[in-house]
Design a protein around this ligand. Structure first.
Ligand SMILES: Cc1cc2nc3c(=O)[nH]c(=O)nc-3n(C[C@H](O)[C@H](O)[C@H](O)COP(=O)(O)OP(=O)(O)OC[C@H]3O[C@@H](n4cnc5c(N)ncnc54)[C@H](O)[C@@H]3O)c2cc1C
Length: 370
């Protein structure tokens, strides 16, 4: 297989790669865009995530990363509406918000409230009386809770919709991994797969935790590694809880539509280890049961492992390469890649079209000499 040259070849078939392809075709329908990647990759973060859209509970200082995540949250409702229309795939999105029980927040309580107030983050403190009447399933010792105005999306449906949506917009999808690149001097000419080469004018590395390996092939040293997360989903009827719960070292995300609750997650620096350990999963359920006791007896539906792509400074790596004239990166989205998907897709589209007005230096590939 040797293709005619695509305008853009995106290496990576998760939410990041597909959302770039999808938005690029929207902005410039005449472009020939290709996405490469193994769709069955069982460790792919995009299908392993809980789908929390949580810039507020996950951040505690208002840096550029926080602002980027916040801007992405704001884009979610219209992004999902349009994507559903284009793809025909239903995507469950909830903007009901998140809860932080006092028993989990502990001595960070005042600090969290101060941050939410200072940053104008939508939030409320619900007294115990309201918690008991509105959230009878919460453990009695949870105390008051902070409600925070953020969201949650079914990330598997999001990924399905992006794959279908990009295909419908005319993106060519190759279910193949890149094993190498043809390059001369500071230009890349083709991605090499085991069944031939895919030629392109511009290339994007969007291969999540595997981006570092691609970097190696390109002779750049990318300080990025996988952070393993084990997670599970249990059967709990819809309506028991409408909010995502953030506890200390645990979270619970209702997936609704009869899909039960997702309980997460570990953070393990163990390379590409793919094991799912029954005792670890039980530990997650035990911890979460401290907040939501009905989880203790809830039937386990499935458990899994996924890999979060983490750069050394835990910031995304987005923008153009300083080493190759026609190479771009969008990787390192770590714990918040689902949340960052729409804004990242717009950012990378502008980057690829040469219309980006304000490159974010904190995210620049230049910081790692890439
Ligand atoms: C357990 C867990 C829970 C999470 N929870 C949340 C959450 O609640 N909210 C949130 O916002 N984020 C969450 N995340 C993070 C989020 O899932 C990731 O940041 C995001 O999915 C990264 O997407 P990606 O497309 O870059 O990577 P991936 O989804 O990992 O996709 C990488 C793609 O690259 C492909 N690839 C690899 N090698 C090659 C190659 N050589 N050639 C071509 N293609 C290749 C793979 O097959 C795959 O398609 C979670 C992650 C995990 C693991």
């Amino acid at each position: 297989m040797t293709s005619d040259a695509f305008d853009v070849v995106i290496v990576g078939a998760g939410v990041i790669g597909h959302s770039i392809a999808y938005q690029l075709k929207n902005a410039e329908p005449s472009l020939n865009v290709a996405v490469l990647g193994d769709p069955m990759n069982s460790l792919m973060a995009s299908r392993a995530a809980a789908g929390m859209l949580a810039p507020y509970c996950e951040c505690d200082h208002a840096d550029r990363f926080f602002r980027f995540c916040r801007e992405s949250l704001d884009k979610f409702p219209s992004f999902i509406e349009e994507l559903t229309g284009v793809s025909g795939v239903g995507i469950h999105l909830s903007m009901a918000g998140s809860l932080m029980p006092a028993s989990s927040v502990g001595d960070q309580w005042d600090e969290r409230l101060r941050f939410f107030r200072e940053e104008n983050i939508p939030h409320e403190v619900w007294p115990v009386s309201r918690v008991r009447s509105q959230l009878p399933d919460l453990a009695p010792d949870c105390g008051e809770v902070i409600w925070v105005g953020e969201g949650q999306v079914n990330n598997r449906q999001l990924h399905d919709a992006l794959v279908t949506g990009s295909h419908r917009r005319g993106v060519q999808v190759f279910n193949k991994n890149a094993t190498g690149f043809q390059r001369y001097s500071n230009r890349i000419h083709a991605a090499v797969t085991d069944s031939g080469e895919i030629r392109g004018k511009q290339f994007v590395v969007a291969a999540g935790s595997w981006s570092q390996q691609i970097g190696k092939v390109l002779e750049v040293s990318m300080p990025l590694k996988p952070i393993k997360g084990q997670m599970c989903r249990v059967s709990v009827e819809d309506g028991r809880l409408d909010f995502t719960i953030h506890g200390m070292n645990t979270y619970v995300a209702p997936w609704r539509e009869g899909n039960g609750f997702v309980v997460g997650s570990t953070m393990e620096d163990r390379g590409f280890n793919s094991s799912v350990e029954a005792d670890v999963i039980q530990g997650l359920i035990n911890r979460a049961s401290g907040i939501l006791p009905c989880l203790k007896e809830a039937p386990l539906i499935e458990s899994w492992t996924g890999l979060r792509p983490a750069a050394e400074d835990l910031m995304p790596i987005m923008g153009s390469s300083g080493r190759y004239d026609n190479l771009f990166y969008s990787t390192g989205h770590y714990r918040n890649g689902i949340l960052q998907t729409p804004h990242q897709a717009d950012y990378m589209t502008a980057c690829l079209l040469g219309t980006l007005k304000d490159p974010i230096t904190e995210f620049s590939p230049d910081r790692y000499d890439l």
